[in-house]
Design a protein around this ligand. Sequence first.
Ligand code: PLP
Length: 420
Amino acid sequence: PAREQVSYFGAGPARLPTSVLANASAALLNYNNTGLGIAEHSHRSALSSNILTQAAQYFKTLLNIPNDDSYTVIFMQGGGTTQFSSVVYNLVGYWVERRLRKHGGDLEKVRADLKDMKCEYLLTGGWSLKASQEAARLLGDEHVSIVIDARKANGGKWGIIPEEKDWSLVEKKDSALAYFCDNETVDGVEFPSFPNALESAEGEEDERLVIGDMSSNILSRPVDAKKYAVIFAGAQKNIGTTGITIVLIRKSILDCQPSPVTLRALNLPIPPIMMHYPTLASSSSLYNTLPIFDVYIAGEVMSQLLTSGGVAAIAAAAERKSSSVYEVIDKNPTVFTPVITDTRVRSRMNVCFRLVKGKDGRDLEKQFFEEAEKKGLLGIKGHRSVGGGRISCYNAVGEEEVAKLVAFMKEFATKQGHTY
Ligand code: PLP
């Protein structure tokens, strides 16, 4: 089929605006009349440097991050998964170096403090679980503390966020980082807002340093960046093509990192150079060859988001899109079952549902996916690990496309004998 005949609700990589792709295909052949395509230009050229600066600036503008040097934006490779490791290296590094300075360089005292050092994880789905497993692999289980494990409070399944009164946080002085996944892409659970329990008072000495994985909901609603030490997001869902990850880092973390000698003496892992935030920041993300084409696409997408009303407009559209899908699911309980029943934590980005078995034993799921595909409604199968259906309503998915899908779902339900 032609591009216009297909609506795509895949969970990532996701749809990109057609106009951006049309311009990009011309840019691949000849960028700005230079006779060279964008992917052929040196990553160290002035042209590439402009693309990088511009994209970082769009990102900061969209998220309302002041240009006062308190935060740095870097572009990295290796996807969100590489950040599972990077945040551990860099935040544990920051914790160690602060201790070392506090103890006047006395390594023995740091070694004693280190026994209680924890990386704290809020487990609300498969991605936060994977991140916590990486911390345990790098540091040992004794340095990982699970603040919540949503499965334990929900009969072994993801799908809820336990109440904050039931969270087990460690003392702030022992916490090197507190990690959560803002939107669990596979399981369809999204934090409604920044958790109160992770807040620190301004200027507090032992602030809890919060890491937010926003790989699947970045730029879909306003974020108070000041509350975070690090926010990261792979570009391939809401911002651009697969290949770059945007990492927002509080500047103070970059300025306070231990030497490899210190880390070795403390038996802590030394960050590979490509995961060492200060190295990447001081080389303006160009320690090695960065795929500038991907940064260019991200910049074009973000520029378009800015001119079409910024994050507030995107957030309103995301709300409309996801609620219309949840509505058709909720109103047809004999055909569809929502995976997430607590409406407060339902993801606006990834709507997960199942199909009820037909009365006559028919597999409605198979029929549903086949009919959807015939209508050009693609990418709606759930993650291979969980099955069912998943409709991803990322930024570039148009409201008219969601309306088409919702109309199909209503029609499908009606055909099974349910009037909407
Ligand atoms: N975090 C979240 C929330 C994700 O959805 C994903 C991938 O879908 C990842 C992390 C891992 O990202 P990547 O595949 O870019 O390594």
